[in-house]
Design a protein around this ligand. Structure first.
Ligand code: HAM
Length: 426
């Protein structure tokens, strides 16, 4: 074979797509129950939108974006995340004028040029939620509670929730200095990455995966212990609501997140089944992003989670991910003259909600019967010239091997009575 998919970009093949549909449908149904409406934004945006939102100095913007110049010389980027595009759309279409709070959800592919490994791809898919317009901890809670509920509905019981507060523009600068004062004597012993981050984003040193960094920062001051009054009250309120909603969590002062736009709440759901890439989802509050993008004062909070990682966890836990859609009826023509006639009947059954399949290869009756068995249908409908002349078909119960003649005008009723969950069957 000449062509292969790009490294880190996977095909979702017919035999596995039902699992995707299951987790996506469960998410959609739940989002609608919480009154979120779907938003779809373009796959590419101006590069500047992401640079401004996510932060010039982050790994995503610095080394992971798929950026290209189009034929008109515009710098465009395949979206590495959704939040920037959602806020861009919110501002562009004045969504805030129509209602005080905008609640949106999405399911979409994202693109980051990371080193592919288990749970880390270059084209991956996210589910996500954003609540735009509310500065209150109730909105943070709504995001977290629905995410927890989603995992619980899927049967994932081991998704641990870690929450933190990363402060705001009032309390963060002083804390940053305090942290730098603590780190300065250890600077030369920190990893290269952390040394680089010392000036640009010292908070990220706290969530370094490097063992030595971890040891050196074990007693480092944390933002959650250095919050201004407003941030502190917000954080406490969030914890109260989560407790009332029976969502368990731990406070982890090292959750910093890899995107620069967060203020106050930052959180992650993690799963031990995922290994080193253990974040099932992550999010937080981003009250300054709209202003950064040229809008007004629009507080917002959201979450996004990887669908591939979700499916890995379902698989590792032996959890159900729905079932494959299969035809329940196969229609087999006994002779060539009856094929078109039988195709008309196939179409009638489908219109009545009965999933069925028929031969598209002009095969012999024997080969068609083999195909019906291979597809494990419950019934095979067989008709040749004799049946056609009597305007009836033979219905064979594949499990019992029994068969009977059924007039065509009674066929839909006969099948729907016997097939639970199809068409008009009540
Ligand atoms: P993020 O932490 O960059 O946040 O990504 C969210 C989730 O997407 C991760 O927890 C992970 O499950 C999944 N993910 C990220 N990168 C990859 C990858 N290369 N391969 C597979 N899965 C991946 C955001 O994207 C923010 N926009 C979340 C947010 C929404 N914050 C506020 N609103």
């Amino acid at each position: 074979m000449k062509f292969k998919s790009i490294t880190g970009a996977k095909d979702i093949l017919p035999a596995e797509s039902y699992r995707w549909q299951y987790v996506e449908q469960t998410f959609r149904d739940l989002a609608h129950r919480y009154n979120f409406k779907e938003i779809r934004t373009p796959v590419f945006e101006q590069t500047e939108l992401f640079a401004r939102s996510i932060g010039e100095l982050t790994d995503i913007v610095g080394k992971e974006m798929y950026t290209f110049e189009d034929r008109s010389g515009n710098s465009l980027t395949l979206k590495p995340e959704m939040t920037a595009g959602v806020i861009r759309a919110f501002l562009q279409h004045n969504l805030g004028q129509q209602q005080p709070v905008t609640k949106v959800y999405y399911l979409a592919p994202m693109f980051r040029q990371e080193r592919p490994q288990k749970g880390r791809l270059r084209q991956f898919h996210q589910f996500g939620l954003e609540i735009i317009g509310s500065p209150h901890a109730e909105a943070d809670a709504e995001i977290i509670v629905m995410t927890a509920e989603y995992y619980s509905q899927l049967g994932i019981t081991q998704a641990g929730l870690k929450i933190n507060s990363v402060g705001c523009e009032k309390c963060r600068p002083a804390y940053k200095e305090k942290l730098k004062d603590y780190l300065r004597p250890h600077l030369s012993k920190l990893s290269q990455d952390s040394q680089r981050r010392f000036e640009t984003n010292p908070l990220r040193i706290l969530d370094s995966k490097d063992e030595r960094d971890r040891e050196l920062t074990i007693d480092a001051p944390l933002q959650k212990d250095n919050l201004c009054r407003e941030c502190n009250e917000h954080f406490i309120r969030l914890q109260e609501i989560l407790t009332e909603a029976a969502v368990s969590f731990t406070v982890d002062g090292r959750i910093v997140r890899g995107l620069d736009y967060y203020t106050k709440t930052a959180f992650e759901f993690i799963s031990p089944a995922l290994g080193s890439q253990d974040a099932l989802s992550g999010g937080g509050r981003y009250d300054l992003l709209a202003k950064e993008l040229g809008g007004g004062n629009v507080p917002a909070v959201g979450v996004a989670g990887g669908i591939e990682r979700l499916l890995l966890v379902l698989e590792a836990g032996g959890l159900s991910a729905g079932g494959e859609q299969v035809p329940v009826v196969y229609l087999a023509a006994a002779d060539n003259e009856s094929r078109a006639w039988l195709y008309g009947i196939t179409q009638q059954l489908r219109r009545n909600g009965i999933p069925c399949d028929t031969d598209l290869m002009n095969r012999s009756l024997k080969a068609q019967m083999r195909e019906a068995s291979r597809q494990q249908v419950l019934y095979t409908i067989i008709a040749g010239t004799a049946e056609r002349n009597r305007n009836e078909v033979v219905v064979k119960n594949m499990e019992r091997g029994k068969q009977k003649s059924v007039p065509v005008n009674e066929l839909v009723d006969t099948l729907t009575q016997q097939l639970p969950g199809t068409g008009n069957a009540s």
